[in-house]
Design a protein around this ligand. Structure first.
Ligand code: DAH
Length: 340
């Protein structure tokens, strides 16, 4: 076969080449275009070509080389387009048959709201950006008092008077200030704390605050209200217990535990084998708080409570990582489709 015929045959091969995957494409490159490949081999033979044929042969050889390179590039391009379109696919998207599902935090918040509404509480809301008075001072956190460190605060504009609320207790103050008595409210909402994010803590979470103020409200009223609440939320077998605690805005203060709804109080890893899970803080509203909000503490008494929705939701649905609530992972959220 003359060199001319060899070039023509190789050109036909190159043009007929098809690649189905990157391995085949790489094999093609090595066979024809690599340093020791067939086409550079033909270039090496070029020196044996008669001078009068060199020009024409040079044109043919270069054409072969260009065609091989073109073929390689064309398939590479196809392949990369393939890869980018795969990369662009969001594999966590629903496949099309899915309906919506309520977020578990909304589900539990709605349940909590419903229970207290049946007891005659109404829903109040307040701003997420608060001033020092409503978040701390009126709630009996004296300035410079170490109790302020219980809640690491996000301040705005370098102005220590403006912050993201650290708890929904700030809504209590706003409702009391409004001056309409008696008061029976719950305040669900988002709160913010400067905390490192982990399975058990987040810088954004949700609370429900409760406040009941009237003449002759006692700790017995507080207990009965919260007992009803716990049984409605976790089931009629649920037991409650109170432990003494400290909050600046209540006196006396307590924390309430419910019997573990996973093991029924026998002990499991959710309740750390104690049979009890802490779900809220509560107490009788401190007279200083009533006075700061212009309510006569000789005439009125009241109780307050505050709970974290995430913690309760984790317990109800046996979720062990709080971060799941904020990631919007469709595989997590889909599990709540049937819940209402
Ligand atoms: N504000 C408290 C917190 O965020 C929770 C709380 C405890 C609210 C006791 C209350 C209460 O109203 O009486 O940790």
């Amino acid at each position: 076969m003359t060199l001319k015929e060899t070039i023509a045959a190789m050109l036909a091969e190159v043009q007929a080449f098809q690649a189905e995957n990157t391995d085949q494409l790489e094999a093609f490159r090595i066979k024809y275009l690599s340093k020791k490949g067939l086409i550079p081999g033909l270039f090496a033979e070029f020196k044996h070509v008669l001078p009068e044929e060199r020009k024409a042969m040079g044109v043919l050889l270069n054409e072969l080389k260009d065609k091989a390179q073109e073929r390689l590039d064309a398939f590479r391009e196809l392949n990369t387009t393939d890869e980018t379109s795969t990369q662009r696919l969001d594999l966590s998207l629903p496949s099309g048959e899915a309906g919506g599902a309520r977020h578990p935090i909304s589900l539990v918040r709605n349940q909590i709201n419903g229970i207290f509404k049946r007891l005659g509480f109404i829903i109040s809301e307040g701003p997420e950006i608060e001033d020092d008075f409503h978040n701390f001072t009126a709630l009996n956190f004296p300035e410079e008092h170490p109790a302020r460190d219980m809640q690491d605060t996000f301040f705005l504009h370098k102005n220590p008077d403006v912050a993201l609320r650290t708890h929904t207790s700030s809504v209590q103050v706003r409702v009391m200030e409004a001056g309409k008595l008696p008061i029976r409210i719950i305040a669900p909402g988002r709160v913010f704390r400067n905390e490192a994010i982990s399975a058990r803590a987040h810088c954004i979470f949700h609370q429900v605050e409760g406040l009941y103020i009237d003449k002759d409200v006692s700790f017995a009223d507080l207990k009965q209200t919260l007992y009803y609440f716990a049984q409605e939320l976790f089931g009629p077998e649920t037991k409650i217990r109170f432990r003494p605690s400290y909050f600046p805005f209540t006196e006396t203060s307590a924390e309430m535990d419910v019997s573990c709804n996973i093991c029924g109080g026998k002990g499991c890893n959710i309740c750390k084998y104690s049979g009890w899970v802490e779900i809220l803080g509560c107490g009788m509203v401190d007279p200083n708080v009533l006075e700061a909000c212009n309510i006569d503490s000789n005439m009125y008494t009241g109780f307050a409570f505050g709970m974290g929705i995430e913690r309760i939701t984790m317990m109800k649905y046996q979720i062990n990582d709080l971060r799941l609530f904020f990631e919007n992972d469709i595989r997590f959220l889909k599990q709540f489709e049937s819940a209402i």
